[in-house]
Ligand binder design. Sequence first.
Ligand SMILES: N[C@@H](CCC(=O)N[C@@H](CS)C(=O)NCC(=O)O)C(=O)O
Length: 208
Amino acid sequence: MSGGSARSLAKGSAPPGPVPQGLIRVYSMRFCPFAQRTLLVLKAKGIGHEIININLKNKPEWFFTKNPFGLVPVLENSQGQLIYESAITCEYLDEAYPGKKLLPDDPYEKACQKMVFELFSKVLTNKKTTFFGGNSLSMIDYLIWPWFERLEVLELNECVDHTPKLKLWMAAMREDPAVSSLLIEAKAFRGFLDLYLQNSPEACDYGL
Ligand SMILES: N[C@@H](CCC(=O)N[C@@H](CS)C(=O)NCC(=O)O)C(=O)O
């Protein structure tokens, strides 16, 4: 995933300055599936952004002023406004920026996407279309993609072998330019996970 190649900022680092005009900043971590949602929406909408990676095993003290929960992703705009929680960051970007609309305008269709999203962690709905929001890719697909991508990376994709519709969806997702530009590198992800599970402060910078 091209989630910014700079080393992450850790405890003791100076807080970054204001966000330059015309850009939005995302506090991220190279292997985080929640941050990947935000990055997918930034890419899909062509929004100019900068990435600051955070060392989640050794967080800078100032990071809690960006998000009291201390989690990535967080967005910061040039007016100093802060937005956290991945699904909220994605909806904010869709509403605040012009370009391709990823959430439907129709209130019922929008509610449907949010219902699928709520169901996602439990069971997946029996979808009848190629994508989760209909026949073209929309917000809900980006919101759930990072977890399916990691299934493959962790060689757990037999989980979807018995569901041909999901396999077709995954193949269609891979064709999307935002998705293909943010694919995680399998070896790096496994290396990261290994260190992360050992609580290593080097985990977030694995492979840099
Ligand atoms: N509900 C949050 C979850 C975000 C989250 O858990 N991010 C992880 C990285 S993948 C994190 O920041 N972990 C740091 C920690 O748990 O201290 C969202 O959707 O943004």
